[in-house]
Design a protein around this ligand. Structure first.
Ligand SMILES: [Ca+2]
Length: 161
């Protein structure tokens, strides 16, 4: 993991919650013992493959959400910043329909890690072979399968855990 980039400015929300934007244009939205979440600060949308490349280009990984605390932190960020854009998750079922896996660090896209926590919308996980990537939906924060050509904002993490 590389050193934390120099902070070049601060962003202040209406509720006076501070989120830091680093020199790489990444907004830190939550930190845990074994990972820190970042999103693309400007809210630009990308396809899934662009999202993966975006994270890797910053020495980060596509985000995995491993437990309720991590999910809650992302939801808190949506609410505090009134950020109403879909966020990509580093998860997909490209290999076998319905078998969702996290994209693992240094393992490329063909050797994923089995997901053991989820927050799926029960009505939107059955997109079949047309929908093999997933977002955190902006309205209710549930996970929804979408085509990998969908446009959403990158959510990356500092390490894979
Ligand atoms: Ca699918």
């Amino acid at each position: 993991m590389r050193a934390v980039p120099v902070i070049v400015f601060m962003m202040v929300t209406a509720s006076n919650v501070f989120y830091t934007v680093n020199s790489a244009g990444l907004l830190e939205i939550g930190s845990f013992e074994n990972k820190t979440f970042y999103r693309e600060a400007e809210g630009f949308s990308h396809t899934y493959m662009e999202f993966v490349e975006f994270c890797h280009s910053h020495d980060l990984q596509p985000a995995s959400i491993s437990n309720h605390d991590e999910q809650s932190t992302v939801q808190h960020h949506f609410n505090e910043t009134q950020f109403y854009r879909h966020l990509w998750l580093g998860i997909w079922d490209i290999g076998s329909e319905g078998q969702w896996h996290w994209v693992g660090q240094g393992q490329g896209l063909s050797s994923p890690v089995q997901a053991d926590y989820s927050n799926w919308d029960p009505n939107h996980q059955g997109g079949g072979r047309e929908e093999n990537c997933a977002i955190i939906r902006n309205s209710d924060f549930l996970w929804v399968d979408v085509p990998c050509s969908f446009a959403a904002v990158p959510l990356c993490q500092s390490d894979y855990a």
